[in-house]
Write a protein that binds this ligand. Structure first.
Ligand SMILES: [Zn+2]
Length: 445
């Protein structure tokens, strides 16, 4: 393992030397969205040192800040984004590729998330065990790229979901509850952060995981104090999973409106809900919004092969003629409707995209587009930013150290032009990123 990142990262992990980390940085006269969902604070001076936020004060109260000064006039400081549903190294250019899951490709994608201001991500299944090595280095302080959490390989169904190309060491497909428990114990032995199950029959085309199997998975995972996230589509499955104690519904319910029975059960269990509007929209978004293919914020994230493919007549025709497209539009509409129901009901709505699972779910870009779609769905920008920061930090168990702008927390920060509380698209105008106080070059700067 001889990666140049170790050289780069030494400065990041050393406690005292390395001036970027240790000297005080103050962002002056900046608007602060703190991630809690509260109204923005106007005209603040925010200082951080040694990777942590040390003060947030009205600018008028600060005489002349010491250390490095960044003028925040006209800009907004917000917590960096957290993606609670992504995947790593499954997509090679314009195609899924089962052989692509290697350390350099994983690192490329973690760095891409980071350059888009997504500083934590949960890779929700289809991981190779090499991800634990990367996670161990990050947790030892050599933070490079988005900080990764892993759901290990994930637990699917023989001949069933997930339908994504992968190798045998990226997925378990138990035939019995006993096998399922054995696989959970293996993941627990590797110290998985989460366990993932897929509960979906692909519109009736595939065998679906039985309640016996996922019941065993949830029970065994909880014995090892590991949370379980479920890929879900149908309301009835969501109800059964929640009753069995699943911790996260990792997609929207899309076959029917969420009803009071599910709302009550999710509240009783404290279940998180990840809308992942990117999933359904990714099947038609670029045909409906071809202008995106010209925007630097997209082109810096997307592979040239993918951009060429998405801009081709063949792709447009394929999407238009695919009978599934109407189904995906219907699913998207139901996901939008259910997001409003979930938010209005006071459920714990988190934030995820499923970026990295398929070529059209582009890491980094997808997270900002998801924020915008959630606002179009009817949430306020402040609600949506709250989902993508504090709520996801709680979901990942890291809210004590990150996810909000508060004294003592890590300086995991985005400085953006304008005011995302008024126009959510302003999150795409990234001026600066700090990851634990360490500056990261934004993708489009
Ligand atoms: Zn996924």
């Amino acid at each position: 393992m001889s990666f140049s990142r170790f050289a780069l990262l030494a400065a990041f992990s050393l406690p005292v030397s390395g001036q970027a980390v240790t000297s005080t940085v103050t962002i002056t006269h900046v608007r602060v969205i703190d991630g809690t969902g509260h109204a923005p604070l106007a005209d603040r001076d925010v200082s951080f040192a040694q990777g942590r936020i040390v003060s947030i004060q009205p600018a008028s109260a600060v005489k002349s800040p010491s250390g490095k000064v960044v003028d925040g006039t006209g800009k907004t400081l917000m917590p960096a984004l957290i993606n609670a549903h992504g995947h790593l190294a499954l997509v090679n250019g314009a195609k899924n590729d089962g052989d692509y899951y290697t350390e350099p490709h994983v690192m490329d994608e973690l760095r891409q998330y980071e350059r888009y201001g997504v500083l934590h991500m949960l890779s929700l299944g289809l991981n190779r065990d090499l991800l634990y090595g990367i996670r161990a280095e990050q947790r030892a302080g050599k933070v490079d790229g988005a900080e990764v959490f892993t759901a290990d390989r994930g637990i699917g169904v023989p001949d069933g979901m997930p339908p994504i190309a992968h190798e045998g060491d990226q997925l378990y497909q138990p035939k019995t509850a006993g096998e399922a428990r054995e696989y959970v114990r293996a993941a627990a032995g590797r110290h998985a952060d989460f366990v993932k199950v897929w509960v979906d029959d692909g519109y009736g085309t595939k065998p679906k995981m039985t309640p016996e199997i996922y019941g065993a998975v949830i029970d065994e995972a909880h014995k090892h104090h590991i949370k379980v996230a479920a890929h879900v589509f149908a309301l009835a499955d969501a109800k059964h999973l929640v009753a069995d104690g699943v911790d996260v519904l990792a997609h929207s319910v899309r076959d029917a409106p969420i009803d009071n029975e599910l709302i009550a059960a999710m509240k009783a269990h404290g279940t998180y809900y990840l809308p992942t509007l990117t999933v359904d929209s990714s099947f038609f978004w670029f045909v409906d919004h071809p202008e995106v293919l010209q925007e630097p914020f997209f082109t810096h994230a997307a592979n040239p092969d993918l951009i060429a493919m998405l801009g081709s007549d063949a792709y447009r025709q394929k999407v238009k003629n695919d009978p599934q497209t109407a189904q995906h539009r219907k699913d998207f509409a139901m996901a939008v409707r259910n997001l409003r129901i979930a938010e209005d009901a006071g459920l714990k709505v988190g934030f995820g995209t499923d970026s990295g699972a398929m070529p059209t779910r582009v890491p980094g870009w997808a997270e900002h587009n998801e924020l915008a779609m959630m606002v179009t769905a009817g949430l306020t920008p402040l609600q949506v930013i709250h989902c993508a920061t504090e709520v996801d930090a709680q979901l990942l168990g890291i809210a004590a150290t990150t996810g909000t702008i508060e004294t003592g927390k890590y300086a995991d920060l985005l400085l953006v032009e304008g005011d995302p509380s008024k126009n959510i698209l302003d999150t795409q105008k990234i001026a600066s990123i700090w990851h634990r106080g360490h500056p990261v070059e934004p993708a489009t700067k």
